[in-house]
Design a protein around this ligand. Structure first.
Ligand code: C6P
Length: 414
Protein backbone atom coordinates (compact mmCIF):
# COMPACT_ATOMS: atom_id res chain seq x y z
CA UNK A 1 0.00 0.00 0.00
CA UNK A 2 1.34 3.42 -0.89
CA UNK A 3 -0.52 5.74 1.45
CA UNK A 4 -0.49 3.79 4.70
CA UNK A 5 0.99 6.50 6.86
CA UNK A 6 -1.57 9.09 5.80
CA UNK A 7 -4.37 6.59 6.39
CA UNK A 8 -3.09 5.80 9.89
CA UNK A 9 -2.70 9.42 10.94
CA UNK A 10 -6.20 10.64 10.11
CA UNK A 11 -8.20 7.66 8.89
CA UNK A 12 -8.14 8.87 5.32
CA UNK A 13 -11.14 7.01 3.94
CA UNK A 14 -10.48 8.47 0.47
CA UNK A 15 -7.01 6.89 0.43
CA UNK A 16 -8.47 3.57 1.62
CA UNK A 17 -11.11 3.66 -1.12
CA UNK A 18 -8.46 4.14 -3.80
CA UNK A 19 -7.06 0.73 -2.85
CA UNK A 20 -10.36 -0.99 -3.84
CA UNK A 21 -10.80 -0.89 -7.64
CA UNK A 22 -14.38 -2.19 -7.60
CA UNK A 23 -15.52 0.85 -5.63
CA UNK A 24 -14.84 3.01 -8.71
CA UNK A 25 -17.56 1.51 -10.81
CA UNK A 26 -21.02 2.80 -11.57
CA UNK A 27 -24.21 0.82 -11.18
CA UNK A 28 -27.25 1.84 -13.24
CA UNK A 29 -25.48 5.09 -14.07
CA UNK A 30 -24.82 6.00 -10.42
CA UNK A 31 -21.64 5.61 -8.37
CA UNK A 32 -21.67 2.28 -6.55
CA UNK A 33 -22.55 2.43 -2.85
CA UNK A 34 -21.57 -0.99 -1.54
CA UNK A 35 -23.38 -1.83 1.69
CA UNK A 36 -23.43 -5.64 1.35
CA UNK A 37 -20.19 -6.17 3.23
CA UNK A 38 -21.58 -8.78 5.60
CA UNK A 39 -22.19 -10.98 2.55
CA UNK A 40 -18.69 -10.37 1.19
CA UNK A 41 -16.26 -7.47 1.28
CA UNK A 42 -14.63 -5.87 -1.75
CA UNK A 43 -10.95 -6.72 -2.35
CA UNK A 44 -8.01 -4.33 -2.16
CA UNK A 45 -5.53 -4.17 -5.03
CA UNK A 46 -2.85 -5.96 -2.97
CA UNK A 47 -5.11 -9.03 -2.76
CA UNK A 48 -5.82 -8.96 -6.50
CA UNK A 49 -2.07 -8.52 -7.16
CA UNK A 50 -1.21 -11.50 -4.94
CA UNK A 51 -3.52 -13.69 -7.04
CA UNK A 52 -2.14 -12.44 -10.35
CA UNK A 53 1.43 -12.75 -9.08
CA UNK A 54 0.95 -16.40 -8.09
CA UNK A 55 -0.59 -17.39 -11.42
CA UNK A 56 1.89 -15.28 -13.40
CA UNK A 57 5.12 -16.34 -11.68
CA UNK A 58 5.01 -19.38 -9.41
CA UNK A 59 1.88 -21.41 -10.11
CA UNK A 60 2.69 -24.90 -8.79
CA UNK A 61 1.22 -27.54 -6.53
CA UNK A 62 2.39 -27.38 -2.93
CA UNK A 63 4.02 -29.80 -0.45
CA UNK A 64 4.82 -32.22 -3.28
CA UNK A 65 7.49 -30.91 -5.64
CA UNK A 66 11.14 -30.14 -5.00
CA UNK A 67 11.42 -27.74 -7.95
CA UNK A 68 11.72 -23.99 -7.43
CA UNK A 69 8.14 -23.08 -8.31
CA UNK A 70 6.76 -25.72 -5.95
CA UNK A 71 9.00 -24.51 -3.16
CA UNK A 72 8.00 -20.88 -3.69
CA UNK A 73 4.30 -21.76 -3.75
CA UNK A 74 4.62 -23.93 -0.63
CA UNK A 75 6.46 -21.18 1.25
CA UNK A 76 3.83 -18.58 0.32
CA UNK A 77 0.95 -20.91 1.25
CA UNK A 78 2.50 -21.77 4.61
CA UNK A 79 3.27 -18.08 5.25
CA UNK A 80 -0.49 -17.46 5.26
CA UNK A 81 -0.85 -20.07 8.00
CA UNK A 82 1.61 -18.09 10.13
CA UNK A 83 -0.20 -14.83 9.33
CA UNK A 84 -3.55 -16.37 10.36
CA UNK A 85 -2.01 -17.75 13.55
CA UNK A 86 -0.92 -14.23 14.52
CA UNK A 87 -4.18 -12.64 13.31
CA UNK A 88 -6.29 -14.67 15.75
CA UNK A 89 -3.48 -15.25 18.27
CA UNK A 90 -3.55 -19.04 18.04
CA UNK A 91 -0.89 -20.79 20.11
CA UNK A 92 0.54 -22.78 17.18
CA UNK A 93 0.39 -23.07 13.39
CA UNK A 94 -0.62 -26.76 13.69
CA UNK A 95 -3.98 -25.56 14.98
CA UNK A 96 -4.78 -23.59 11.81
CA UNK A 97 -6.65 -25.74 9.27
CA UNK A 98 -7.50 -24.29 5.86
CA UNK A 99 -11.03 -24.98 4.67
CA UNK A 100 -13.20 -23.59 1.89
CA UNK A 101 -14.97 -21.27 4.36
CA UNK A 102 -16.87 -21.01 7.59
CA UNK A 103 -19.48 -23.47 6.38
CA UNK A 104 -16.93 -26.18 5.73
CA UNK A 105 -15.20 -25.50 9.06
CA UNK A 106 -18.41 -26.11 11.00
CA UNK A 107 -19.27 -29.19 8.93
CA UNK A 108 -15.77 -30.53 9.54
CA UNK A 109 -16.18 -30.28 13.31
CA UNK A 110 -19.71 -31.74 13.21
CA UNK A 111 -18.66 -34.66 11.03
CA UNK A 112 -15.42 -35.49 12.86
CA UNK A 113 -15.63 -34.32 16.47
CA UNK A 114 -19.42 -34.75 16.45
CA UNK A 115 -19.38 -38.22 14.94
CA UNK A 116 -16.70 -39.39 17.37
CA UNK A 117 -18.12 -37.81 20.53
CA UNK A 118 -21.91 -37.56 20.33
CA UNK A 119 -24.20 -40.39 21.35
CA UNK A 120 -27.93 -40.82 21.94
CA UNK A 121 -29.27 -38.47 24.60
CA UNK A 122 -26.33 -36.04 24.41
CA UNK A 123 -27.12 -32.38 23.93
CA UNK A 124 -25.80 -29.72 21.56
CA UNK A 125 -26.67 -26.06 22.16
CA UNK A 126 -26.94 -23.40 19.46
CA UNK A 127 -28.72 -20.04 19.61
CA UNK A 128 -31.80 -18.59 17.95
CA UNK A 129 -29.68 -16.15 15.94
CA UNK A 130 -27.51 -18.69 14.13
CA UNK A 131 -26.80 -18.65 10.42
CA UNK A 132 -28.05 -21.85 8.76
CA UNK A 133 -24.38 -22.94 8.54
CA UNK A 134 -24.36 -23.27 12.30
CA UNK A 135 -27.70 -25.06 12.52
CA UNK A 136 -27.88 -27.60 9.70
CA UNK A 137 -24.55 -29.43 10.40
CA UNK A 138 -25.61 -29.91 14.05
CA UNK A 139 -29.14 -30.90 13.08
CA UNK A 140 -27.72 -33.57 10.76
CA UNK A 141 -25.27 -35.07 13.25
CA UNK A 142 -27.79 -34.91 16.11
CA UNK A 143 -30.31 -36.79 13.95
CA UNK A 144 -27.72 -39.40 13.06
CA UNK A 145 -26.63 -39.91 16.66
CA UNK A 146 -29.95 -39.44 18.45
CA UNK A 147 -28.60 -36.34 20.20
CA UNK A 148 -30.78 -33.37 21.11
CA UNK A 149 -30.38 -29.88 19.61
CA UNK A 150 -31.27 -27.12 22.10
CA UNK A 151 -31.63 -23.43 21.36
CA UNK A 152 -30.73 -20.34 23.43
CA UNK A 153 -33.60 -17.86 22.94
CA UNK A 154 -33.14 -14.12 22.38
CA UNK A 155 -34.96 -11.03 23.58
CA UNK A 156 -36.64 -8.31 21.49
CA UNK A 157 -33.36 -6.39 21.14
CA UNK A 158 -31.63 -9.40 19.69
CA UNK A 159 -29.56 -10.28 22.75
CA UNK A 160 -29.12 -13.82 24.03
CA UNK A 161 -31.12 -14.67 27.15
CA UNK A 162 -28.15 -15.76 29.22
CA UNK A 163 -30.23 -16.99 32.16
CA UNK A 164 -31.95 -19.37 29.74
CA UNK A 165 -28.52 -20.52 28.58
CA UNK A 166 -27.68 -21.37 32.21
CA UNK A 167 -30.82 -23.49 32.37
CA UNK A 168 -30.07 -25.25 29.08
CA UNK A 169 -26.56 -26.28 30.16
CA UNK A 170 -26.68 -29.71 31.79
CA UNK A 171 -24.33 -32.62 32.39
CA UNK A 172 -25.58 -33.93 29.02
CA UNK A 173 -24.30 -30.88 27.09
CA UNK A 174 -21.39 -31.95 24.91
CA UNK A 175 -21.01 -28.91 22.67
CA UNK A 176 -22.10 -25.27 22.48
CA UNK A 177 -21.87 -23.71 19.03
CA UNK A 178 -22.76 -20.03 18.81
CA UNK A 179 -22.21 -17.09 16.55
CA UNK A 180 -19.70 -14.50 17.81
CA UNK A 181 -21.49 -11.67 15.94
CA UNK A 182 -24.90 -12.04 14.30
CA UNK A 183 -24.96 -11.45 10.54
CA UNK A 184 -28.60 -10.38 10.57
CA UNK A 185 -28.69 -8.26 13.76
CA UNK A 186 -25.11 -7.14 14.33
CA UNK A 187 -25.26 -8.28 17.98
CA UNK A 188 -21.89 -9.03 19.57
CA UNK A 189 -22.50 -12.00 21.83
CA UNK A 190 -20.86 -12.42 25.26
CA UNK A 191 -18.82 -15.32 23.98
CA UNK A 192 -16.17 -15.25 26.69
CA UNK A 193 -18.86 -15.84 29.32
CA UNK A 194 -20.45 -18.52 27.14
CA UNK A 195 -17.10 -20.34 26.86
CA UNK A 196 -16.50 -20.13 30.62
CA UNK A 197 -19.95 -21.47 31.46
CA UNK A 198 -19.81 -24.23 28.84
CA UNK A 199 -16.40 -25.36 30.06
CA UNK A 200 -17.65 -25.49 33.64
CA UNK A 201 -20.40 -27.79 32.43
CA UNK A 202 -17.81 -29.96 30.66
CA UNK A 203 -18.82 -28.97 27.12
CA UNK A 204 -16.61 -27.84 24.25
CA UNK A 205 -17.32 -24.63 22.34
CA UNK A 206 -17.29 -23.64 18.68
CA UNK A 207 -17.52 -19.95 17.84
CA UNK A 208 -18.72 -18.90 14.40
CA UNK A 209 -16.48 -15.93 13.62
CA UNK A 210 -17.86 -15.24 10.12
CA UNK A 211 -18.87 -11.70 11.04
CA UNK A 212 -16.63 -10.94 14.01
CA UNK A 213 -13.18 -11.50 12.53
CA UNK A 214 -13.37 -8.48 10.24
CA UNK A 215 -14.62 -6.06 12.90
CA UNK A 216 -13.17 -7.19 16.22
CA UNK A 217 -9.76 -8.16 17.54
CA UNK A 218 -10.07 -11.93 17.78
CA UNK A 219 -7.83 -13.64 20.32
CA UNK A 220 -8.68 -17.34 20.50
CA UNK A 221 -6.47 -17.83 23.56
CA UNK A 222 -8.17 -15.04 25.46
CA UNK A 223 -11.60 -16.38 24.42
CA UNK A 224 -10.39 -19.87 25.36
CA UNK A 225 -12.67 -21.27 22.66
CA UNK A 226 -12.10 -24.85 21.50
CA UNK A 227 -12.94 -24.16 17.87
CA UNK A 228 -13.20 -20.93 15.87
CA UNK A 229 -14.11 -20.54 12.19
CA UNK A 230 -14.00 -17.68 9.71
CA UNK A 231 -14.09 -17.06 5.95
CA UNK A 232 -11.44 -15.18 4.01
CA UNK A 233 -13.92 -13.42 1.73
CA UNK A 234 -15.46 -11.52 4.64
CA UNK A 235 -12.07 -10.13 5.76
CA UNK A 236 -11.15 -8.52 2.39
CA UNK A 237 -9.58 -11.77 1.13
CA UNK A 238 -10.62 -14.00 -1.79
CA UNK A 239 -13.58 -16.37 -1.84
CA UNK A 240 -13.10 -20.13 -1.45
CA UNK A 241 -10.83 -20.12 1.60
CA UNK A 242 -11.63 -20.34 5.28
CA UNK A 243 -9.98 -21.14 8.54
CA UNK A 244 -10.77 -23.60 11.28
CA UNK A 245 -8.84 -23.06 14.48
CA UNK A 246 -9.02 -25.96 16.93
CA UNK A 247 -7.22 -26.73 20.17
CA UNK A 248 -4.44 -29.17 19.42
CA UNK A 249 -5.52 -31.93 21.83
CA UNK A 250 -9.01 -31.96 20.27
CA UNK A 251 -7.75 -31.93 16.67
CA UNK A 252 -5.33 -34.72 17.47
CA UNK A 253 -8.10 -36.92 18.85
CA UNK A 254 -10.51 -36.21 15.99
CA UNK A 255 -10.73 -38.64 13.07
CA UNK A 256 -9.91 -37.22 9.61
CA UNK A 257 -12.62 -35.38 7.65
CA UNK A 258 -11.89 -36.23 4.03
CA UNK A 259 -9.50 -38.89 2.73
CA UNK A 260 -7.00 -38.29 -0.05
CA UNK A 261 -3.53 -37.05 -0.83
CA UNK A 262 -1.62 -34.99 1.73
CA UNK A 263 -3.62 -36.11 4.77
CA UNK A 264 -1.71 -39.40 5.05
CA UNK A 265 1.77 -40.59 6.03
CA UNK A 266 1.55 -44.18 4.79
CA UNK A 267 -1.09 -45.98 2.78
CA UNK A 268 -1.45 -49.73 2.35
CA UNK A 269 -4.68 -51.56 1.62
CA UNK A 270 -4.83 -52.92 5.14
CA UNK A 271 -3.43 -49.96 7.13
CA UNK A 272 -3.31 -46.19 6.76
CA UNK A 273 -1.37 -43.79 8.98
CA UNK A 274 -2.60 -40.22 8.98
CA UNK A 275 -0.46 -37.14 8.63
CA UNK A 276 0.36 -34.76 11.49
CA UNK A 277 -1.62 -31.59 12.13
CA UNK A 278 -2.66 -29.50 10.32
CA UNK A 279 -2.31 -31.64 7.16
CA UNK A 280 -4.46 -34.46 8.56
CA UNK A 281 -7.46 -32.24 7.78
CA UNK A 282 -6.28 -30.88 4.42
CA UNK A 283 -6.89 -33.66 1.88
CA UNK A 284 -6.15 -33.00 -1.79
CA UNK A 285 -4.79 -29.94 -3.56
CA UNK A 286 -6.00 -26.94 -1.59
CA UNK A 287 -7.06 -23.54 -2.87
CA UNK A 288 -3.46 -22.37 -3.21
CA UNK A 289 -3.82 -18.97 -4.89
CA UNK A 290 -6.65 -17.72 -2.70
CA UNK A 291 -4.97 -18.90 0.48
CA UNK A 292 -1.78 -17.06 -0.50
CA UNK A 293 -3.79 -13.89 -1.18
CA UNK A 294 -5.51 -14.10 2.21
CA UNK A 295 -2.18 -13.09 3.76
CA UNK A 296 -2.22 -9.88 1.72
CA UNK A 297 -5.70 -9.11 3.07
CA UNK A 298 -4.61 -9.69 6.66
CA UNK A 299 -1.55 -7.47 6.25
CA UNK A 300 -3.64 -4.75 4.61
CA UNK A 301 -6.11 -4.72 7.51
CA UNK A 302 -3.30 -4.77 10.07
CA UNK A 303 -1.57 -1.82 8.42
CA UNK A 304 -4.66 0.35 8.67
CA UNK A 305 -5.36 -0.94 12.17
CA UNK A 306 -8.43 -2.77 13.37
CA UNK A 307 -9.07 -0.25 16.12
CA UNK A 308 -9.12 2.68 13.69
CA UNK A 309 -11.38 0.72 11.35
CA UNK A 310 -13.74 -0.13 14.20
CA UNK A 311 -13.96 3.54 15.26
CA UNK A 312 -14.79 4.54 11.70
CA UNK A 313 -17.41 1.81 11.33
CA UNK A 314 -18.98 2.71 14.68
CA UNK A 315 -19.31 6.33 13.53
CA UNK A 316 -21.08 5.13 10.41
CA UNK A 317 -23.34 2.88 12.50
CA UNK A 318 -24.42 5.78 14.77
CA UNK A 319 -24.87 8.16 11.85
CA UNK A 320 -26.92 5.65 9.85
CA UNK A 321 -29.01 4.58 12.86
CA UNK A 322 -29.95 8.21 13.56
CA UNK A 323 -30.85 8.81 9.91
CA UNK A 324 -32.82 5.59 9.51
CA UNK A 325 -34.96 6.32 12.55
CA UNK A 326 -36.21 9.48 10.75
CA UNK A 327 -37.76 7.37 7.97
CA UNK A 328 -41.51 6.98 8.55
CA UNK A 329 -42.56 3.42 9.49
CA UNK A 330 -38.99 2.12 9.77
CA UNK A 331 -38.08 -0.30 12.55
CA UNK A 332 -34.57 -1.51 13.25
CA UNK A 333 -34.31 -5.24 13.88
CA UNK A 334 -31.41 -5.77 16.24
CA UNK A 335 -30.94 -3.08 18.85
CA UNK A 336 -28.42 -4.76 21.13
CA UNK A 337 -26.19 -2.48 23.23
CA UNK A 338 -23.11 -4.17 21.82
CA UNK A 339 -23.26 -4.15 18.02
CA UNK A 340 -21.02 -4.08 14.97
CA UNK A 341 -21.80 -2.04 11.87
CA UNK A 342 -24.72 -4.06 10.55
CA UNK A 343 -28.21 -2.54 10.43
CA UNK A 344 -31.24 -4.64 9.59
CA UNK A 345 -34.58 -2.92 9.25
CA UNK A 346 -38.15 -3.31 8.09
CA UNK A 347 -40.52 -0.61 6.85
CA UNK A 348 -44.29 -0.84 7.32
CA UNK A 349 -46.11 -1.95 4.17
CA UNK A 350 -42.85 -2.27 2.20
CA UNK A 351 -41.43 -5.61 1.07
CA UNK A 352 -37.65 -5.79 1.56
CA UNK A 353 -37.19 -7.10 -1.99
CA UNK A 354 -38.96 -4.08 -3.53
CA UNK A 355 -36.73 -1.86 -1.43
CA UNK A 356 -33.62 -3.72 -2.56
CA UNK A 357 -34.57 -3.28 -6.23
CA UNK A 358 -35.31 0.43 -5.86
CA UNK A 359 -32.05 1.00 -4.00
CA UNK A 360 -30.09 -0.93 -6.64
CA UNK A 361 -31.57 1.40 -9.27
CA UNK A 362 -29.74 4.18 -7.39
CA UNK A 363 -26.49 2.22 -7.23
CA UNK A 364 -26.97 1.24 -3.57
CA UNK A 365 -26.24 -2.45 -2.85
CA UNK A 366 -27.93 -3.87 0.26
CA UNK A 367 -29.01 -7.40 1.11
CA UNK A 368 -32.66 -8.31 1.50
CA UNK A 369 -34.31 -11.49 2.75
CA UNK A 370 -33.82 -13.86 5.65
CA UNK A 371 -30.01 -13.67 5.56
CA UNK A 372 -29.77 -17.46 5.95
CA UNK A 373 -31.20 -17.08 9.44
CA UNK A 374 -34.80 -18.23 9.08
CA UNK A 375 -35.35 -19.25 12.73
CA UNK A 376 -34.28 -15.72 13.70
CA UNK A 377 -36.78 -14.16 11.26
CA UNK A 378 -39.49 -16.49 12.64
CA UNK A 379 -38.68 -15.20 16.09
CA UNK A 380 -39.44 -11.62 14.95
CA UNK A 381 -42.41 -12.91 12.89
CA UNK A 382 -41.05 -11.32 9.71
CA UNK A 383 -40.12 -12.92 6.38
CA UNK A 384 -36.94 -10.91 6.11
CA UNK A 385 -35.24 -7.54 6.47
CA UNK A 386 -33.23 -5.07 4.45
CA UNK A 387 -29.64 -5.07 5.69
CA UNK A 388 -26.95 -2.44 5.26
CA UNK A 389 -23.52 -3.51 6.48
CA UNK A 390 -20.55 -1.16 6.57
CA UNK A 391 -16.86 -1.75 5.96
CA UNK A 392 -13.63 0.22 6.33
CA UNK A 393 -14.16 2.05 3.01
CA UNK A 394 -17.72 3.30 3.46
CA UNK A 395 -18.54 6.97 4.03
CA UNK A 396 -21.21 9.17 5.56
CA UNK A 397 -21.98 10.50 2.06
CA UNK A 398 -22.81 6.94 1.05
CA UNK A 399 -25.10 6.63 4.07
CA UNK A 400 -26.80 9.84 2.85
CA UNK A 401 -27.39 8.15 -0.53
CA UNK A 402 -29.01 5.19 1.25
CA UNK A 403 -31.23 7.50 3.30
CA UNK A 404 -32.26 9.53 0.24
CA UNK A 405 -33.05 6.30 -1.61
CA UNK A 406 -35.18 5.07 1.27
CA UNK A 407 -37.10 8.35 1.52
CA UNK A 408 -37.89 8.12 -2.20
CA UNK A 409 -38.83 4.44 -1.96
CA UNK A 410 -41.22 5.05 0.93
CA UNK A 411 -42.95 7.83 -1.02
CA UNK A 412 -43.31 5.51 -4.01
CA UNK A 413 -44.37 2.32 -2.21
CA UNK A 414 -46.45 3.41 0.79
N1 C6P B 1 -23.23 -14.90 5.80
C1 C6P B 1 -24.44 -13.03 4.84
O1 C6P B 1 -24.80 -12.33 3.90
P1 C6P B 1 -19.55 -18.88 4.26
O2 C6P B 1 -20.66 -18.84 3.26
O3 C6P B 1 -19.15 -20.28 4.58
O4 C6P B 1 -18.41 -17.99 3.91
O5 C6P B 1 -20.15 -18.22 5.60
C2 C6P B 1 -21.31 -18.72 6.18
C3 C6P B 1 -21.73 -17.90 7.34
C4 C6P B 1 -21.67 -18.47 8.60
N2 C6P B 1 -21.99 -17.76 9.69
C5 C6P B 1 -22.36 -16.48 9.62
C6 C6P B 1 -22.67 -15.73 10.87
C7 C6P B 1 -22.44 -15.85 8.38
O6 C6P B 1 -22.81 -14.57 8.32
C8 C6P B 1 -22.15 -16.58 7.20
C9 C6P B 1 -22.31 -15.96 5.85
C10 C6P B 1 -23.47 -14.15 4.57
O7 C6P B 1 -24.81 -12.80 5.99
C11 C6P B 1 -23.93 -15.01 3.44
S1 C6P B 1 -25.42 -15.86 3.80
Amino acid sequence: MTETLTIKAAYDVGAIRREFPALNRDVKGKPLVYFDNAATTQKPQVVIDALVNYYSHYNANIHRGIHTLAEEATAAFEATRDAVKDFINAPSREEIIFTSGCTEGINLVAQTWGRANLKAGDEVIVSNMEHHSNIVPWYLICQEKGAVLKVIPIDENGELLMERFDELLTEKTRLVSVVHVSNALGTINPVKTIVEKAHKAGAVVLLDGAQSTVHLDVDVQDLDTDFFVFSSHKVYGPTGVGVLYGKKHLLEEMPPYQGGGEMIKDVAFDKITYNDLPYKFEAGTPNIADTIALKAAIEFTKEIGKEAIRRHENDLLSYATEGLLQIPGLRIIGTAKNKISVISFVIDKVHPQDLGILLDNRGVAVRTGHHCAQPLMDCYRIPGTTRASFAMYNTKEEVDSLLAGLQKAVKLLV
